[in-house]
Design a protein around this ligand. Structure first.
Ligand code: AMP
Length: 113
């Protein structure tokens, strides 16, 4: 069964895209936790970072570089931003298709909740 993100990648349901290339999409989170909250999602399914392997190394690098590029595109380079990957139950993962959160536009507390 497809995840919500796979359905968005396959254009079965709409989303507000901030970026797309051969390997990933970036979309604005439907329930933003900061003024800017974007998810960078690989087109090839990796369920979560704990299940990623050596074959995924280039794609994982691409996701991080894309996250930084999207943050810059959305005006966060000067003020700063945070990149988050939630993994598993205690990590707060709710969609089993790897995604990199990019959050910014306000000061972010530390430690996270
Ligand atoms: P996580 O809890 O790390 O698995 O993150 C899943 C994120 O996906 C949450 O921040 C949700 O708000 C977001 N989300 C779920 N459905 C959609 C959707 N249709 N469009 C955009 N973001 C979504």
């Amino acid at each position: 069964m497809k995840t919500i993100f796979q359905k968005i990648i396959d254009r079965e349901i709409p989303a507000q895209l901030a970026h797309e290339d051969e390997h990933c999409i970036a979309l604005h989170d439907i329930n933003p936790q900061a003024p800017v909250h974007v998810l960078v999602i690989p087109k090839r399914l990796i369920p979560r970072i704990a299940g990623a392997g050596a074959d995924d190394q280039a794609l994982l690098g691409h996701l991080l570089l894309s996250a930084a590029a999207v943050a810059k595109k959305l005006g966060l380079e000067g003020s700063g931003f945070r990149i988050v990957i939630n993994n598993g139950r205690d990590g707060g993962e709710t969609v089993p298709h790897l995604h990199v959160h990019v959050l910014g536009g306000r000061p972010l507390g530390w430690p996270p909740g």
